[in-house]
Design a protein around this ligand. Structure first.
Ligand SMILES: [Zn+2]
Length: 464
């Protein structure tokens, strides 16, 4: 070793000591407290900016980052109070798409820096054998699922095609095995496609666990679409609706054949609803559906597998992410059941954009045509008729009427979520899921607008 090299190494070592030294001065407790105080200030500042510019929905989402965090932080009354106040306010009338986009970019930056700091703290805690490391890593991943440092703390490895896996599963994959059915099996000789149920794939993403016997590339595409659905769902509702911690992945079963779906439900869910292509069971916390496109040849089936999946999994996210009072929704006399199905239909009207879920205007027009060209045109209910239906009436035994009710509820949800009614609509949805389910809740929240909604909604449909 030459003296010159030696000096260089010493300088680098000294420099690292300087950087690390400042942090090392603090105890782990103080470092965690420091981080949480800094993070809180960042979100509050972002919320201030968003609120000032009239983007209240985004301000709520920012404050929700503080009220939701679980990294050993004490109850935060200030944040709770602020969130409650923000829930009473609506997005500003002058808020436009450009302002919205620029505020969202600013919040994305906050997310990135929170993720980076949380990941570096998690790494330091792990090195100090502090058991708060996984929580901080999880916080980092919530803000940036791609954070390699946070993945490292949790022992995850990035794999090709299977996303991030823990060390055991990554080793199996490396050894040439793949998850099939309930276990891992050698990849060789498993190429038949689609596979019979019983040899289904188990494909996990950050937030979903999918079992499916469809062709593997198709399962991957559906998995990506599900993550986009969840992102979009959070962008729409986080902070606006009270959320529960997401403790495990959401279970989704996608069958290639109708017969496999029927057999599975018969054996695993005696109370399942017969004669529908998909359902979400709150009891089993499981979305199940089959590839409806296989029925297309037989006629009568117009929706795609993607639409069906977005519909059922939107139900799933409302049930599994929101602090719901389910009893209010499930009764057959329940008023406002159209809200539940309208929201699911609304997400079903979306498709994959550039990495995000976007409204699919073409699909919407197609769907509208289907209910208007058939004899069901006369079945399309007015907004006031729709909102007066109990669940029993809404889910009519007459198939054509039922389909029309569902589609109309979806269009009405779309109509209400755009423009001046957005704030009132957010309050209606909150009321529906969280505070019981009174028959007058809708008209009460809509105020004077309820009187002219039939005409406005008719005009909206005509313009689609
Ligand atoms: Zn539904």
């Amino acid at each position: 070793m030459t003296p010159r090299r030696w000096n260089g190494a010493a300088a680098v070592a000294l420099c690292l000591l300087c950087v690390a030294g400042r942090a090392e001065d603090l105890s782990p407790d103080a470092r965690v407290a420091d981080f949480l105080a800094w993070e809180r200030a960042e979100w509050m500042r972002a919320a201030d900016t968003a609120e000032k510019k009239g983007y209240v929905t985004l301000a709520r989402r920012c404050v929700a980052q503080i009220t939701r965090r679980d990294s050993g932080a004490a109850e935060d009354e200030g944040a709770d109070t602020r969130l409650a106040a923000l829930r009473e306010a609506d997005d500003g009338a002058k808020l436009n798409a450009k302002t919205r986009a620029s505020l969202e970019r600013a919040v994305a930056k906050v997310r990135k820096s929170v993720a980076a700091k949380a990941a570096s703290l998690a790494t330091a805690l792990k090195n100090a054998d502090d058991d708060r490391a996984p929580e901080l890593a999880a916080l980092a991943l919530r803000n940036d699922p791609a954070s390699a440092a946070a993945r490292g703390v949790l022992g995850h490895t990035r794999t090709k095609g299977w996303g991030w896996l823990d060390a055991t599963d990554a080793a199996r994959l490396k050894a040439g095995e793949v998850p099939v059915g309930d276990g891992w099996r050698p990849k060789k000789g498993l190429r038949r496609d689609p596979r019979p149920w019983g040899e289904q794939w188990t494909v996990t993403s950050d937030h979903f666990r999918i079992r499916s016997n469809l062709a593997l590339p198709r399962v991957f595409a559906l998995r990506d679409l599900l993550e986009m659905l969840r992102d979009r769902f959070l962008a729409d509702w986080e902070g606006t609706l009270p959320m529960v911690p997401e403790e495990s992945r959401h279970d989704v079963f996608i069958f290639a054949q109708k017969s496999e779906y029927d057999t599975f439900l018969k054996a695993n869910d005696p109370t399942h609803i017969k004669g529908v292509p998909g359902q979400y069971s709150p009891t089993h916390r499981r979305a199940t559906f089959f590839d409806v496109e296989t029925l297309r040849a037989a006629g009568g089936q117009t929706s795609s597998l993607e639409e069906l999946m977005l519909h059922e999994c939107a139900h799933q996210l409302f049930y599994e992410l929101v602090a719901i009072r389910a009893t209010a929704i499930d009764s057959n006399d329940s008023p406002n059941a159209w809200i539940n199905e309208g929201l699911a239909e609304f997400y079903g009207m979306h498709s994959r954009g550039k990495g995000v879920l976007v409204l699919d205007r073409k699909a919407i027009r197609g769907m509208l045509r289907t209910i208007q060209v058939k004899k069901s045109a006369s079945l399309v209910p007015s907004a006031s008729a729709l909102t007066a239906m109990t669940k029993g009436v809404f889910q009519s035994p007459d198939g054509e009427r039922r389909v029309t009710n569902y589609a109309t509820a979806g269009f009405f949800a779309l109509f209400l979520s755009e423009g001046a009614t957005r704030g009132a609509w957010q309050r209606v949805v909150r009321e529906f899921f969280c505070n019981g389910n009174s028959p007058d809740a809708f008209a009460g929240s809509m105020g004077d607008f309820a009187k002219r909604m039939d005409e406005s909604f008719r005009k909206f449909l005509a313009k689609l």
